[in-house]
Write a protein that binds this ligand. Structure first.
Ligand code: HEC
Ligand code: HEC
Length: 329
């Protein structure tokens, strides 16, 4: 029989240990920040029923199309074969790889796109509807709960409204000129095309059921207005993570300008088609809350639509700050 006091000490030690697991590790070469969180060790997921749900949630993020895709075994929610982990790298645990480490600690949260407070489950559905071009999952489904349990596990020890260093996306310097899709095509041909395809169509696994290399535009890619369609967010993601296998948070391959140009090329609506956004999809009903880099007006600031899409972004950001309008960045 273990004395209660000893159990308490063990528990405190475990909690402390869990905390230190996530403490920043120092960069070898410094590109942006000097330290980021250490990705959690999945072997520490408990070996009980709760742990099974956490593991199932992780599995849903990694093998999304198998369960939730157009021929999904659980339900046909996603309209394409993208997996969450194609963008939320390493199932949401890669520093600056759209990590989801603190999400559970930051929701419910006011969202400008809907102009109301969203639960984390509703936010998950946003990604199923837009990047995955699909239909919302029932909020109380086993699958939604599993995804939430996994994100809750990721956020262990993160304070309410807190972030970990290296969370979400990394910093980038905005060029003083428009991002240029023509220059971006050169970057694409040199650094991206061999995996993502000549026409951005990606490459499916031999069994055709998920992507080895996901598409970047076309009917099987994310919808316009998805956050990945925003040139700033896309450039931030690309800078620290692409070309895949070469770039990392502490060793980017592209310059900031190249990341912006290639993000402009991929996300150009003149050059590339995407799935059609449903008419009733919410798109920032309060006009001044529309993000600086949203693809579609009207805007409450005096800058033209094209500048919102491709920049230069600094004047818009400065105007918004001076006038008390949010930037959405
Ligand atoms: C095409 C890329 C892409 C795919 C695929 C994708 N997401 Fe996202 N997701 C994003 C981007 C970009 C954001 C916005 C990050 C930001 O606002 O900085 C985001 C945001 C989120 C957030 C909010 C994070 C936060 O802390 O605010 C959650 C939760 C989320 N995604 C879950 C999912 C899940 C679950 C899936 C799979 C069902 C998925 N996403 C698929 C690109 C994607
Ligand atoms: C070696 C192959 C490879 C190269 C080269 C590469 N990527 Fe990727 N890319 C991937 C893989 C694989 C994923 C999905 C990652 C995962 O599932 O873990 C991905 C994901 C992405 C995503 C998010 C998913 C989506 O569908 O939107 C974007 C955006 C992206 N890459 C852009 C680029 C850009 C821009 C370049 C060139 C600068 C590039 N990639 C070069 C393999 C590659």
């Amino acid at each position: 029989m273990i004395p209660v006091s000893l159990l308490f000490i063990v528990l405190v030690a475990l909690t402390a240990c869990d905390h230190s697991e996530r403490l920043p590790k120092t960069a070898r070469t410094d590109s942006a920040s000097t330290a980021v969180f250490t990705p959690p060790d999945t072997s520490l997921i408990p070996k009980d029923d709760v742990g099974s749900m956490i593991r199932y949630g992780r599995e849903l993020l990694v093998n999304t199309p198998h369960y939730l895709g157009p021929n999904g075994s659980v339900g046909r929610y996603a309209g394409n074969l993208l997996a969450c982990t194609n963008c939320h790298l390493d199932a949401g645990t890669r520093p600056y790889g759209l990590s989801l480490m603190s999400s559970h600690a930051r929701y419910p949260q006011y969202r400008m796109r809907e102009a109301r407070i969203l639960s984390l489950a509703e936010r998950v559905n946003n990604c199923i509807e837009r990047p995955l071009n699909g239909k919302p999952m029932p909020l109380d489904s086993k699958e939604m709960n599993a995804i939430l349990m996994y994100m809750k596990w990721l956020a262990t020890g993160v304070p309410t409204d807190g972030r970990l260093p290296g969370d979400n996306l990394g910093p980038i310097t905005y060029p003083d000129r428009m991002a240029d899709p023509a220059r971006g095509k050169h970057v694409y041909d040199q650094h991206c095309q061999r995996c993502h395809g000549i026409d951005g169509e990606g490459i499916l696994d031999p069994d055709g059921k998920k992507y080895t290399y996901p598409p970047l535009w076309g009917p099987n890619s994310y919808q316009p207005g998805s956050s990945m369609h925003r040139v700033i967010k896309s450039a931030q993601f690309i800078k620290y993570n692409m070309p895949h296998g070469l770039a990392a948070w502490n060793s980017p391959v592209l310059t900031d300008e190249e990341a912006f140009d290639v993000a402009a090329y991929i996300n150009s609506d003149e050059l590339h088609q995407r799935p059609v956004v449903p008419k009733d999809a919410p798109n920032y009903p309060i006009v001044k809350q529309r993000p600086v880099d949203f693809y579609m007006g009207p805007f409450a600031d005096p800058y033209p639509n094209e500048q919102h899409k491709y920049g230069p972004f600094k004047p818009i950001i400065e105007w918004r700050k001076a006038n008390g309008h949010p930037t959405g960045l």
